[in-house]
Design a protein around this ligand. Structure first.
Ligand SMILES: NC(=O)c1ccc[n+]([C@@H]2O[C@H](COP(=O)([O-])OP(=O)(O)OC[C@H]3O[C@@H](n4cnc5c(N)ncnc54)[C@H](OP(=O)(O)O)[C@@H]3O)[C@@H](O)[C@H]2O)c1
Length: 389
């Protein structure tokens, strides 16, 4: 039997009952000499929340793009461009394009022959691609079967991080926490299915409950929240989760840092053909708000942010991404890109980041004028995460 490649799933076998022992896969790789070499290329790294896992400050996601608007070799081009520019973390989900995002990402990673240990891969479970009563949500059955099916589509034996794509209030929290622990600890065919777990768009209260259950049962708690965070959307990541960063060292894998493209300035003068607002059904109503008073106010802010960006020899796109990256609770900003060109433009965020002095941050704050009010302390001095005034 030919030895399978490091960490990759033998797609000829049954996804639910794989034959080769993945532990053997780790020892018997035959293609190590041909893997492209990963170089950080100036990428910065942070720990993912309180874990020891180092993630690049900018990672790449596949929602609507990889496996959706971008198919085949162009997917490979985007992933290759990312990898060659220091991005070694890729995010997807079981529901992105009914599993096609995982398929395309897995195929591209395999064809590019990227070394599994160089990569950090995350996927998300909640909306399985079929509609049966147990094909969605966070029952133990769907968490475990959904993860197995995701891995089969990705052609991988494990992901590094598995996220609960939403909270399922119809399932007891103990079942959810136990199932993610099973995925991490017991796994399948004597190998982990995932190394860490996290949540996505859970309320602070739901994340608290998961921590309480994990503490009570001596189980592994979620380490990260995959949440929306951008210059126009701040309340949840900056206020609602504030106590979680301090108490649990929670990290965020921030998404929609460009507000779906809005912060690039591409919608300042209308809706360009082929753009997300023009082509994706669920953004049609968002597109319609651009002409409203609220939409015009947002565009006015984008124009002011553009002026600040130009004063720093940068672009609104790079500045908006760097602004999310500068937040100390951000572990990684997940980029979305429809082409290698967009990705390269977005990575210029690394160049503007060191220029974002306190003064620049104040200028930005003045323009945005949407900083969430902190929770009141009723005259008591605020403490930092180490309890210092
Ligand atoms: N957990 C969750 O619920 C959740 C939700 C959303 C996203 N995510 C994750 O986060 C990732 C990023 O989210 P997102 O796609 O919403 O991020 P985003 O950065 O706000 O939007 C990305 C889109 O903006 C446009 N764009 C990006 N760079 C551009 C540039 N330089 N110039 C012009 N247009 C540009 C492109 O759309 P067009 O070219 O089509 O206009 C691109 O697809 C996703 O892939 C996914 O992995 C997770």
């Amino acid at each position: 039997m030919t030895a399978p490649k490091l960490g990759f799933f033998d797609s000829s076998s049954d996804p639910i009952h794989p034959s080769p022992c993945p532990e053997t896969c780790l020892r018997t790789t035959t293609m190590s000499d041909t893997h492209p070499t990963y170089e950080t290329k100036g990428m910065l790294f942070r720990r993912l929340g309180p874990s020891g896992l180092r993630v690049p400050l900018f990672s790449l996601g596949g929602w609507l793009t990889l496996g959706g608007s971008v198919i085949g070799d162009p997917v490979k081009e985007i992933i290759k461009t990312a990898f060659e520019n220091g991005i070694n973390m890729f995010d997807t989900a079981e529901d992105y394009e009914k599993g096609n995002s995982e398929r395309e990402m897995g195929r591209a990673i395999k064809e590019l022959n990227l070394r599994r240990t160089d990569l950090v891969i995350s996927t998300k479970i909640f909306w399985g691609p079929r509609d049966g009563p147990n094909d969605k949500g966070l029952s133990r059955k769907h968490i475990i079967e959904g993860t197995q099916e995701s891995l089969a589509r990705l052609q991988l034996t494990y992901v590094d991080v598995i996220f609960a794509h939403r909270c399922d209030i119809t399932v007891p929290m103990e079942e959810i926490v136990r199932a993610f622990n099973y995925v991490i600890e017991k796994g399948w065919a004597r190998f982990n299915l995932a190394f860490y777990w996290g949540t996505s768009e859970w309320t602070a209260q739901q994340i608290e409950e998961a921590h309480h259950v994990a503490t009570k049962l001596n189980l592994i708690a979620p380490i990260a929240e995959q949440c929306k965070h951008n210059m126009l959307y701040r309340e949840r990541p900056e206020k609602e989760y504030a106590s979680l960063y301090k108490k649990y060292g929670l990290g965020t894998t921030a998404f929609s840092a460009l507000a779906a493209g809005m912060l690039t300035g591409k919608y300042n003068d209308g809706i360009p053909e082929g753009s997300r607002f023009a082509t994706v059904e669920m953004f049609k109503s968002r597109a319609a708000t651009l002409a409203s008073a609220e939409g015009l106010a947002e565009i006015a802010k984008v124009k002011e942010i553009t002026k600040i960006a130009h004063s720093l020899d940068s672009t609104p796109t790079a500045l908006a991404l760097a602004w999310v990256a500068k937040n100390p609770n951000t572990s990684t900003v997940i980029l979305g890109a429809s082409s290698p060109q967009q990705l390269l433009e977005n990575l210029k965020a690394l160049e503007v980041l060191p220029k974002m002095t306190d003064e620049v941050m104040e200028q930005i704050e003045k323009v945005l004028d949407n900083k969430p009010e902190p929770h009141p302390t009723y005259g008591r001095p605020e403490l930092d995460r180490f309890g210092r005034a």
